[in-house]
Every structure is written in C-alpha cells, then in structure tokens.
Design a protein around this ligand. Sequence first.
Ligand code: 7TS
Length: 406
Amino acid sequence: MNNVIREQFPILQQEINGHPLVYLDSAATSQKPRVVIEALQHYYERDNANVHRGVHTLGSRATDAYEGAREKVAKFIHARSTQEIIFTRGTTTALNMIASSYARSVCGEGDEIVLTPMEHHSNLIPWQQVAKATGATLKYIALQPDGSVDLAEVEKVVTARTKIVAIGYVSNVMGVVNPVKKIAEIAHRNGAIIVVDGAQSTPHMAVDVQDLDCDFYAFSGHKMCGPTGIGVLYGKKALLEAMEPVEFGGEMIDDVGLYESNWKELPWKFEGGTPIIAGAVGLAAAIDFLEEVGMDNIERHERKLAAYAMDRLSEIEGITLYGPRHREVGLVTFNLAEVHPHDVATVLDASGIAIRAGHHCCQPLMRWLEVNSTARASFYLYNTENDVDRLVSALIQTKEYFGDAT
Ligand code: 7TS
C-alpha cells in the first residue's frame, strides 16, 4: 500500500489544526474513496428512481443498480444466493432483526444464548432483550488473560441447552480474530446456531460465510469504504425462510387484503418500505474498490502496520497496551499512565491526529479490563508507517506535556 491509495481519498488531503490529517479512527467509520463518492453522485444525477415498480427507464436502471449491488455483496462474502442477502441500515439493525424475529421464536425458558464479554453493545443488548422477553438465559465464554477466546472455554459453555451463540469475528477493542469457524462447529454439534458480528472483519479480510458455516452474519457498509446507512444481514436461506418479517408495509408484500396479507419471497420480505438504494449503489462501488486492491493485500498491510505500531508504542514509558502482543488486525488499544484517554485524544487532535477515546460501546469489556475507558488507534488501507510515527511522537509529547503539568 502506498500513497497512490491514499490519494484516492479526498478527505485525507487536508490539514487539521495546521497539520496534515492522520486518520486513525477507521474502526468507528472508514473514509470514502473518490470512486464511491462519484458512484453516489452518478446515481443521483442519472439513475435515481424508486425500485421494483416503475416500468420507466429510470425505474429499471435504479432496480438494476440495487439488485446488482446485492449480487456483488453475495459474491463478496460467498453467499449461496442473493436470496440470502438482506440490505439493512447497518450491523446494529441486522443483529436486532435476528434477535427480535428468529431468536424470539426459538428461545424459551431454560434455553441459553452464549456470548463473550467483549461483544460490542450491538451484539449484547439485543440478546439481553430476548432473554427478558423469552425467559432464556445469557451465558458468557470466559476470556483468556490476553482477551482471546480459548475453544476449551467454548466447549464448557455451549451445551444442549444453547440455542444461539453470538460472537464478533474481530473485536473492536482487543484486536483479536475469534475462531468463529471452530465455534460454529461446536455450536452446530450442540444443536445451536451461530450469529457472527462481522462489523470489524468484513472491511479488513476476505470473508467466506460458507466456509465459516455461520448461520447469520452482519456487517456495515460505512466501515468498509461505503456510505453510512447501508449494511447487510446474511442468513442461511432455510432460516430466513422460516423467519417472520420485522417491518411490515410497502415493498415487502405479495398480496394485501383488508384483514390478511402475505409476503414476497426472500430477500424482499425483509425489506419493507423504499429501500436504501443509493446506499447499496455506494456499497457496490466500495466492494469494487476493495477487490481491486485485494482483501488479502489489505489484511497483510494492516497486520504489518499494527505490528509496527505495537513495537513503537511499547517503547513509550508508562503505556499500557491491551489485547495480545501479536496483532492479527489493524487496531491498537492503550492508555497512558496518569493521562485520561479523552485528554490524549484532545491533545492528539491539536496535532491533526484523529483517534478514538472512550468505552468503544464495550462497557462490560472495560470492566473486565478494569478501566473506564481507553484510547484506540485503528488502521485501514490508507494508513502508513508515517502515520504510526506521527502517533508515537504526539503521544510522547502528550506524556511530556502532562508530566510537566503534574
Ligand atoms: N459490532 C462491532 C464489533 C462494532 O465495532 C460496531 C461499531 C458495531 C457492531 C455496530 O456497527 P453499526 O455500523 O451498526 O454502528 N463499532 C464502533 C467502534 O468501534 N467505534 O465506533 C463504532
């Protein structure tokens, strides 16, 4: 990866507070390459219409673009068919759909839902709500001291009582890749299904839902160079077919009577109302862009950058780095002794460096780490070693600044 990639992101070509912007918050949302911005503009300037209804030319162009995006997504994650791809507003919406439809129909008193303490709130609270509504119980896989998941612990918690195992593929705080393929085997052996939160994996590595053999898989377009407001729920066809729709209204119906109605076939029965057409078009452009660079190249680049960041950051006195020393993905979570992470992020912003500080929507994990919050730098294909060097120098300055002040 080099400056040729970076140059394709207009937003990165600016100065913030008098310094060239270093954007290290891609785990929150990624920046967008020019081709994605242009695809959105092209769609609105040339093709915009509602889908699946107009016989006019714009209506068929918009429908082709929208359904073409679905095909692209299906190929990108290796789904068996486009019927298994439902467009949603993002990961959070997709996970809520599984929880409020599938989970509520299969869970009852005595059943168990298995999670880890490192889940993002979006893969935690929906299951708490299912437990409250159905009488099911939540069970947690104990984490290893470095925050990773050991399969022996999974074997202990997943039993014949388990109905659902819900787990993030990549943690947005610990930088670990969870062994979801093996966890899927354990879940299936016990008669449970597995839901994978792919918000932090899909942007950064090649994903094959058939190889993982996951039952549901959710991700967001905005973290993978696409626009906000579009995401995907993948589900195995048989499960989706048996599932009730979540939203009712226009677009998702086959026939409507005064007292009874029935639904379109998959995937449309889950897409009530005018769908996220431009979002899907933008996501398709983002997938083209990522595939041209190559998902394996992106993964390799980020892994190298994270290893470099771990080496350089560990030289800073008084820094605590969370998660395994060996990084498989491009994010580093840390705290500087005596300096609040919000102060770290504020001082870094004055040098044009954007990082995230807070609980990262993982409050149970913060408690497990025995902190209230942390700082986090997350990388993507447009970041370079120079960005890491800027981060490290700014952190050293921050430490000196607060060291002098106290
Ligand atoms: N799951 C994980 C693992 C995430 O990291 C996020 C967002 C979500 C789900 C929710 O995605 P959404 O697109 O529906 O909002 N994570 C973060 C983050 O780490 N900082 O800001 C958002």
